[in-house]
Write a protein that binds this ligand. Structure first.
Ligand SMILES: Cc1cc2nc3c(=O)[nH]c(=O)nc-3n(C[C@H](O)[C@H](O)[C@H](O)COP(=O)(O)O)c2cc1C
Length: 359
């Protein structure tokens, strides 16, 4: 790596510390973490990742061993820090169910009762899998868990979406903060779900502000999809770039073709932030369902994770039918910027291009 630019030297230090050849990280993406994609990213010298939110301990172990067998690179296992239990309101849920029945199959009254996998058991599975990096989103790991990570030499990357969250993560012992701009696809990682729409910080303002506020390395994520974005993130103070939506277009991501095609043709203004899929704010393509569910008169979404359970039947039916207008098409604002190509080629193109811009 040419280290003429100070940003490149910073990236090199990061790579040396975390055993990478290139400072490109695959974003952890729950429900879209095909091992094949992480294998390809890790083999290209970057960091693979798994969003384990919805996975049982045995599935986490299986994912880790599949990636290990096919790659000598590193990977990151990621969990959501659970929110307090939602306040249930059966009359309101009934209104949401009625609304959803215009978009998919009947939604039974019990649908909202589904419980997420056990967080403590998932944490044990993460430690057991022994990845190079464990990351958090929506909050911070409890001190006892952080101590166990440190004892095993596993680095903790904490996703943050504000300067205050970055300071809190550093104080709690995070080794790296991943600064998530509001451009990001998927859920916003705000520690307090209520602030998601109020504290929308773009990556251009967030990265330098976070880099000034903390001493630990900063990774930039949100809307980065080509070499220009990677170079800009490094110049702004990041040590590496984390990419989600653009990697979803790689064949190794094994994404539903309706979703992959939609990513390739969606301009930045074709995505929006809403709670209509899960009850937590997330950025998706502005499909017919998203438009209708956010229109005046539509019932407000139920809280997370109740809304996620209520929309499950519609999402499953839409996926089966290949109907993108009712599918959950998470997408960042930069999704269409990149090219549809194998992940190894994408990593190479991103990094060669960024170095050329900075040399
Ligand atoms: C489909 C999808 C699922 C995601 N799931 C997670 C997750 O489980 N954990 C997490 O920390 N971030 C998750 N994210 C957010 C990413 O980590 C990252 O912030 C985002 O992809 C960056 O923006 P970009 O998509 O524009 O590259 C998800 C993003 C997408 C697109």
């Amino acid at each position: 790596m040419a280290t003429s630019h100070p940003a490149l030297a910073r990236a090199q230090t990061f790579c040396d510390r975390f055993g990478l050849r290139v400072p490109i990280l695959q974003a952890p993406m729950a429900g879209a973490s095909a091992p094949t994609l992480s294998i390809a990213v890790a083999n290209a010298g970057g960091l693979g990742a798994c969003g384990a939110l919805l996975m049982k301990p045995a599935d986490i172990a299986q994912w880790a061993s599949t990636v290990r067998v096919a790659s000598n690179g590193g990977f990151n296992l990621n969990l959501w820090i659970p929110d307090p239990p939602p306040r249930r309101d059966s009359a309101h849920e009934s209104a949401v169910r009625d609304f959803l029945e215009q978009w998919g199959p009947e939604v039974p009254a019990s649908a909202g009762d589904a419980t997420p996998p056990d967080f403590a058991a998932q944490c044990e599975a993460l430690l057991e899998a022994g990845p190079r990096v464990i990351s958090s989103v929506m909050g911070l790991y409890p001190p006892e868990f952080v101590a166990r990570l440190k004892a095993r030499g596993i680095a903790w990357f904490a996703n943050v979406s504000t300067v205050a969250e970055a300071r809190a993560a550093e104080a709690a012992g995070a080794d790296v903060v991943v600064a998530q701009g509001m451009e990001a696809g998927g859920h916003r990682g705000c520690f307090d779900a209520a602030t998601a729409e109020r504290e929308l910080v773009g990556l251009f303002a967030l990265v330098p502000a976070v880099a000034d506020a903390v001493r630990i390395p900063v990774v930039a994520t949100g809307g980065i999809a080509d070499a220009r974005g990677v170079a800009a993130a490094l110049v702004l103070g990041a040590s590496a770039a984390q990419i989600g939506s653009a990697f979803l277009r790689c064949p190794e991501a094994r994404l539903h073709p309706a979703w992959a095609d939609a990513l390739a043709r969606t301009p930045p203004e074709g995505t929006m932030l809403s709670r209509v899929f899960s009850g937590r704010a997330g950025r998706s393509i502005t499909t017919a369902y998203v438009r209708a569910a956010t229109a005046p008169g539509a019932p407000l979404p139920a809280p997370y994770p109740v809304q996620r359970s209520l929309t499950q039947a519609m999402r499953d039916a839409a996926t089966k039918a290949g109907d993108g207008e009712r599918m959950q098409l998470w997408a960042g604002q930069g999704a269409a910027l990149g090219r549809t190509q194998p992940a190894e080629a994408m990593v190479r193109e991103l990094w060669d291009g960024a170095q050329a811009l900075l040399s």
